[in-house]
Design a protein around this ligand. Structure first.
Ligand code: F6P
Length: 527
């Protein structure tokens, strides 16, 4: 297997990176640049004109993707080939989204998978609607008012993030059932959720692909004890329990009723499972039609990813600019900065997706990767970050590439919502520009003197008041934060991770690295 650094395009990129690099201030002075470095698809627009690269680098990055066989690897994933080689599994979360035939083409993964997916999706949607309609009753015949999803990692981050992002659609106490999420096994996390709830009207969802995760099982046992202490025990617990798992034999043995068990398959990675039955809490919160819209949004990005030329392909654009920053500009981290407050959990969600997928040092053929792989992905809400860690981006010693995410429209029913929206997006644009341009000492001197300092005073402070700039960033604009667009955005990041793994030659779909800690916890428990 050819290593990434053996590819001719990689070597050419190294030569290009070794040449003197113009400052982003000079790159952005070119009038055509901003127009050229833009791409749109499925309601998402990417402006990558503030990446520290020129057309020679860009063309070579595209060649790198071609030489690494990204397209062939992509087609293998959609076909259901065993691309998760260390676990001998296909990787088919893409089969979970969208309506069959909606793209006008046959499902590349085949009818058998399609049938499985559609059957389970219908069960999930029907159950979600019954809960929302008050038709699902607890053991005393009272309708369910609260749903508590117990899960961790991929069995928590996705539905929780999406429920926040789609909060305007979510039912609450006044409009229907409330959906709560508990992931941490610290007692307070569960207690603080359960203490306000009535056991007789609470549904406990235990979401775990393996149904063995210690943290989740601890919380599940404790929640069942809470039911028991309220007099709901034995068979009476069944109406209050739901299992979502790829191991229904395990959940069945633990007493979760078959009619309340929703399944997915080993070819759905935990961090890619939001599209599966794992999305049940989201479907309950936003309703089945909106959940199907969300799936269709994911499918819209799949269609784009499979058909758009590499140079206009949004996941490829994000992946290649990330490779340039990671491997050739040697930036170890990637900041994800979301400006709509409803995307508050998007960065932690992508953090798991990216770092658990591409945090690998060995290639699929068992040999070490001879280049750096997945960056440290971190971030959160941009505006809050501006008043916390952005100082380091502007004047610290790290060069931190940023992906800004903004929404073009605002529909919050608040009298001054348009003004809020203006302030939020103004800040996003200002940060991207300030990080790129910086402010040199000559301009700083002038600014200080304009503030009223003498030339002598200004000389004293000028270096501390200047900004190096040249911080690369891309800005993603979503036209509206709807279920469809959220699905599109998530699938965009999934495919970005895929493309980077394809270039590095690593398996993005196993996670052996998290096993050692689990094994040690078990060994220590025995001791
Ligand atoms: O420990 C990591 C991990 O295996 C993740 O990959 C997964 O999302 C999470 O734990 C939860 O696993 P499960 O859904 O099997 O409980």
């Amino acid at each position: 297997m050819t290593t990434p650094t053996q590819l001719p395009a990689w070597q050419q990129l190294e030569t290009l990176a070794a040449a003197p690099q113009p400052h982003l201030r000079d790159r952005l002075a070119s009038p055509s640049r901003e127009q050229q470095m833009q791409a749109s698809a499925a309601g998402i627009h990417i402006d990558y004109s503030r990446q520290a690269l020129d057309s020679a680098v860009w063309d070579t990055l595209i060649e790198l993707a071609q030489q690494a066989g990204v397209q062939a690897q992509r087609d293998a994933m959609f076909r259901g080939d065993i691309i998760n080689t260390s676990e001998q599994r296909a990787v088919l979360h893409v089969a979970l989204r969208g309506t069959p035939g909606a793209t006008g083409s046959e499902a590349p993964w085949g009818d058998a998978v399609q049938q499985l997916v559609q059957t389970e999706l219908s069960r999930v949607c029907a159950f979600a609607e019954r809960v929302r309609a008050g038709e699902v009753k607890g053991s005393t015949g009272l309708a369910i008012t609260d749903v508590v999803n117990i899960g961790i990692g991929g069995s928590d981050l996705g539905p929780r993030m999406a429920a926040d992002a789609l909060a305007p659609l979510c039912s609450d106490g006044a409009t229907g059932v409330r959906v709560h999420f508990v992931s941490n096994p610290d007692a307070w996390a569960l207690h603080s959720t359960l203490r306000g709830l009535n056991p007789a009207t609470t549904l406990i969802i235990v979401a775990s692909k393996t149904f063995t995760t210690q943290e989740t099982m601890t919380n599940a046992a404790s929640a069942r004890r809470w039911l028991q202490d309220a007099g709901i025990e034995g068979a009476a617990q069944s109406p209050h329990l739901v299992a979502i798992t790829a191991a229904p034999n395990k959940s069945g043995a633990a007493g979760y009723p078959a009619e309340h068990t929703f399944t997915f398959w080993d070819w759905v990675g935990g961090r890619y499972s939001l599209w599966s039955a794992l999305g049940l809490p989201l479907a309950i919160a936003i309703g089945a039609p909106a959940f199907r819209e969300f799936l269709a949004g994911g499918q819209a990005m799949d269609t784009h990813f499979r058909s758009a030329p590499l140079a206009q392909n949004l996941p490829v654009i994000l992946a290649l600019s990330g490779i340039w920053n990671r491997n050739f500009l040697h930036c170890p981290t990637q900041l994800l900065s979301t400006y709509p407050s409803r995307l508050v959990r998007f960065a932690p969600f992508v953090q798991q997706m990216d770092m658990e997928s591409n945090g690998k040092r060995m290639r699929k053929d068992g040999q070490p990767v001879d280049a750096d792989t997945g960056p440290i992905v971190w971030g959160g809400l941009g505006i809050d970050g501006q008043h916390a860690y952005f100082q380091l981006l502007h004047q610290g010693t790290h060069r931190v590439p940023v992906e800004f995410i903004g929404v073009e429209t605002e529909d919050t029913p608040l009298p001054l919502a348009a003004e809020h929206h203006r302030v939020v997006n103004l800040n996003l644009r200002a940060q991207a520009q300030a990080l790129a341009l910086g402010r040199n000492e000559a301009d700083t001197l002038q600014a200080l003197m304009a503030e009223g300092m003498s030339a002598e005073q200004a000389e004293v402070f000028v270096s501390q008041r200047s900004f190096a700039g040249d911080v690369p960033s891309s800005t993603l604009w979503i036209d509206a934060l709807t279920p469809h667009r959220l699905g599109t955005l998530i699938a965009l990041y999934e495919h970005k991770v895929f493309v980077q793994a394809a270039i590095w030659g690593i398996n993005a779909y196993d996670q052996w690295g998290v096993e050692l800690g689990k094994t040690m916890a078990k060994a220590m428990e025995k001791q």
